[in-house]
Design a protein around this ligand. Sequence first.
Ligand code: ASP
Length: 324
Amino acid sequence: MKRLLVVAAAALSLVAQADTYPTSKPVTLVVPFTAGGPTDRVARDLAEAMRKPLGGATVVVDNAAGAGGSIGANKVAKAAPDGYTLLLHHIAMATMPTLVRNIPFKVDSDFEYLGMINDVPMTLIGKPGLPANNYKELSTWIQANKDKINLGNAGVGSASHLCGLLFQNAIQVDMTTVPYKGTAPAMTDLIGGQIDLMCDQTTNTTSQIEGKKVKAFAVTTNKRLTTPALKDLPTMQEAGLKGFEVTIWHGLYAPKGTPPDILAKLNGALKAALKDPEFIKKQEGLGAVVVTDKRVEPAEHKKFVAAEIAKWSPVIKAAGVYAD
Ligand code: ASP
């Protein structure tokens, strides 16, 4: 009897929690990379856009950076499933399971999927002093400097790591990779000339390319982009790298076991944010495409991530690009 009462009280408290959510404290949106980088940029814009649909709740961004995005993901996988800790992550949710051995969480069973946010192309960029002004000249420079090239990335398992590995594999050149906790600090070093090259999302590179702080050589999508600062860049495929295509996408997650009412509220707030003209304008200006298709539904988001795992696993294995 006593046990029944305890169970009933717990159930009541969950209902009460869902009714009042999210008013008891700020919602923390965990970003698994450093502040000022591309994932952080999407998160800060989204946090602002979700505020109103969440009834004016405060949404704070927590940069739990490191280990290519697995520290932040693990933090959310182990957080209380109460809707107050969420994760914004990118394609690494689908590539980490193959790219990195022994990640401390399970992508398919440790999270509730809340919906996808956007698709973001990457760009291949170089330090401002690099003596090459287009991909052809870059290719010649790489061949002549093979042993001394430093390629920055956001750590093992990150999107820049994946793109850089595929690039090295495609051109059959091994570069020295320099890992950071996000591409914001890597960008600072690229601008300063401490590293030579990097692949990064347009949400971080567009303004640097526009301001001529870095040199841009190619985009990683199948088609050229329409963003003014990027529209003249060739695709990697046009540049001669057959089949090279990487598009980064971002999605929103909650810890497994978050109550269904809270998940529904969060999905509703995400959908509203994705229709917010301000959010759309900001994202489009950075070359990102806000999701309007069925991937905004949690079940479709989960299906999409599973399909991406199936898509990338053989590519990563064939390229022989694992990390421990
Ligand atoms: N662009 C980074 C990556 O390579 C992540 C970041 O700093 O947002 O995954």
